[in-house]
Design a protein around this ligand. Structure first.
Ligand code: ADP
Length: 419
């Protein structure tokens, strides 16, 4: 093998390596056309890719001094060498453009150059053409050879691969952008609706409570119904708003000393009546030691309430719900364990997602909006904590959260405890 051939092979190899290393799309194509010039001994080279919106070929890579001039140019599929190559998915050698009708003269006119000879090779991806690579003006007035065609074909397959990958990346990016804008729309909708609902709901509740004090006992049943349902609506609105505030970064935790021992006891007490009515035994074990952290009692109470509410809801009569709090290194661990319905393994990874429910909303027997657990997660994570679930369908569930005793040291303690 002569040394010139070895050199060419090395250059091809280098171009292949560039594709698999970190070179960005445009620099890669620029380096590719430089190699194309060198290997085919041409004055210039360019890569054109098919643009469906113009049904023509546009310049994806061109010599530096012509790039700006060629940016908006569309080479037609009919009446151009590149177009013919693209449509027939075959290479085309034009040794003398003066005798070639298919030559598209517009590019020469725009750039002020003179194309004497041309070698065009299709960029094929999975058998279909995605563009064309062209080498222009073989040096020394020589003719393009079979070896030039083969070399350019090798480069063409690299370019085709790069273009496809770039297109795919573009569509992934635009899908992400679309998803992000939909998510913003949804957040705006939630924020506006919950804000607009709050005031009238507050008025209904206030006036109904006021009326209940004024009217006789014979109307209490009706007014209690209004108050109960307006309170339920208010809870839903609050839940929506709190998840949204957290996502938009608007929520903050007020740091105060919170006794978790008393908080757990109080929240459990507030559910005793509900548990008794359902025939579920609700037990608390918070030990004698007073466990406290820095955080916001209201938010932790919301998280715990949502867990206990679910545990009672998804446990049949004569079942048990066991709530406990204990100290572990750097954290306080709170668990809500039930021996109720449990959660199917396939649904476990999704239960903390917003609006997720194990049964579909239309077929489910229990109410709710699939927000309780996502709100609980938000409240715990705002404190630098973690929440998770272990559950076996038909046997019961164990929801546990950890709250860092000192939120400042949460991340350091994380590494030790959670590793
Ligand atoms: P919802 O307020 O609609 O119940 P959640 O976010 O609180 O929504 O819960 C999501 C889903 O997780 C529930 O619909 C339920 O199917 C399941 N789930 C939550 N807690 C329990 C539990 N303790 N036992 C069984 N299933 C549960």
């Amino acid at each position: 093998m002569d040394s010139e051939r070895t050199y060419r092979l090395e250059r091809l190899l280098e171009a292949t390596r560039n594709l698999s290393t970190a070179l960005e799309f445009e620099p890669f194509l620029q380096s590719l056309i430089a190699v194309a010039c060198e290997l085919t001994n041409s004055e210039a080279a360019s890569v054109l890719s098919y643009d469906p919106s113009r049904d023509g070929l546009s310049f994806t890579a061109a010599p530096f001094h012509q790039r700006d001039l060629l940016r908006g140019v569309t080479v037609p599929l009919e009446g151009s060498v590149a177009g013919w190559t693209f449509r027939h998915a075959q290479p085309l050698v034009v040794q003398n453009t003066a005798e070639e009708k298919r030559h598209f003269k517009e590019v020469d006119r725009l750039t002020g150059s003179h194309t004497r000879s041309l070698l065009a090779v299709p960029l094929l991806f999975r058998g279909g053409p995605v563009g064309v690579i062209e080498a222009v003006n073989k040096m020394g007035n020589a003719y393009y050879t079979e070896e030039d065609v083969t070399n350019l074909e090798t480069l063409a397959s690299l370019a085709a691969f790069a273009i496809r990958e770039h297109d795919l990346q573009q569509s992934v990016n635009s899908a992400f952008a679309e998803a992000a804008s939909l998510d913003r729309l949804k957040s705006d909708f939630i924020a506006i609706t919950s804000h607009e609902l709050r005031t009238p709901l507050g008025l209904i509740l206030g006036h109904a409570t006021f009326l209940r004090e004024l009217v006789g006992a014979e109307y209490h049943e009706q007014l209690d119904l209004i108050i109960r349902n307006a309170t339920r609506l208010k809870e839903i609105v609050e839940n929506l708003a709190s998840v949204d505030n957290y996502q938009s970064g608007a929520a903050r935790v007020r740091q105060r000393k919170v006794s978790i021992t008393s908080l757990v006891q109080e929240v459990v007490d507030s559910f005793q009546e509900e548990a008794r009515m359902k025939g579920v035994i609700l037990v608390v074990s918070a030990g004698r030691e007073n466990l406290s952290i820095e955080g916001e009692a209201g938010k932790i109470a919301i998280a715990l309430s949502n867990l206990i509410k679910n545990a009672i809801l998804f446990t049949d009569k004569d079942g048990h719900v066991f709530v406990s709090a204990e100290a572990v290194p750097g954290y306080i661990k709170v668990s809500v364990v039930d021996d109720g319905l449990g959660i199917p393994a396939k649904d476990l990874p999704r239960v903390f997602e917003r609006f997720f429910q194990v049964e579909s909303h239309l077929t489910r027997r229990h109410g709710g909006m699939g927000l309780g657990l996502s709100v609980a997660k938000v409240m715990i994570e705002m404190h630098g904590g973690r929440i998770w679930v272990e559950s076996v369908e038909g046997k019961g569930s164990n929801f546990t959260f950890l709250l860092p005793v000192d939120p400042m040291q949460a991340s350091a303690a994380d590494k030790v405890f959670l590793s």
